[in-house]
Design a protein around this ligand. Structure first.
Ligand SMILES: [Zn+2]
Length: 219
């Protein structure tokens, strides 16, 4: 399901609240196009993908990472200065109610940079391969984003780990991944899980194996 045509703002951040981001997506007519999409059916940016590549699986620890791939010029960030951090309670941070002081919103391109303007924050990077960076919170460990020196014709991008988007927006169904990337590099049973599901597995409402959930089939 592609993003809605209307302008919308996507918010998210790390699990401890030290890193927040915002993606200000314009109306469809004002979005840039993926330079390698079919001419007859162009794909607008941002777009939402499932990613089967080995590097992203290992870097995120997720069997099937999902990304919101956005031009970095529509992204901004607000960070807790490390020098002022108080380590808010975990519960407060999860509710987005951390009372730690955040910086003003600033351009993501200034921060997701190998040579950031300021390093007084918890956003850390690792160059996982040549000119490709993994971004994470050095306080709570959340995987936040991926950046790379882009090929000719592409805008600079910020690929945001979709699981770090705030829950209310994930619930809305506007952010369902719309395509698989790097399929040829994928693991067979993970590809099966992502396309067919494993409906015969027992399903439990939480960690208690004595209780099971029966799914109602709509067909
Ligand atoms: Zn954090």
């Amino acid at each position: 399901m592609p993003l809605p045509d209307e302008a919308l703002s996507i918010d998210g951040g790390c699990n401890c609240g030290a890193i927040r981001y915002r993606v200000a997506i314009p109306v469809l007519a004002d979005r840039s196009l993926h330079p390698l999409s079919p001419a007859k059916t162009p794909v607008s940016l941002p777009f939402l993908v499932l990613d089967h590549c080995n590097d992203c699986r290992r870097a995120t620890g997720s069997l099937l990472p999902a990304w919101l791939c956005a031009p970095i010029n529509i992204c901004s960030v607000s960070l807790v200065p490390a020098s002022l951090a108080t380590l808010a309670s975990k519960a407060a941070a999860r509710q987005g109610q951390s009372d730690e002081q955040h910086s003003l919103w600033t351009s993501a391109a200034d921060v997701f940079s190998p040579t950031p303007a300021s390093a007084d924050h918890f956003l850390a990077s690792f160059e996982s391969s040549n000119e490709r960076w993994r971004w994470f919170c050095s306080r709570c460990g959340t995987s936040i984003a991926y950046t790379a020196v882009m090929p000719e014709g592409f805008p600079d991008m910020l690929d945001i780990a979709l699981g770090s988007v705030q829950r209310s927006q994930l619930d809305s169904h506007a952010l369902i991944p719309e395509r698989h990337l790097w399929w040829d590099y994928g693991i067979d049973w993970i590809r099966g899980l992502a396309t067919e599901g494993y409906g015969s597995l027992p399903i439990h409402p939480d960690y208690r194996l004595a209780d099971t959930v029966t799914l109602e089939r709509s067909d």
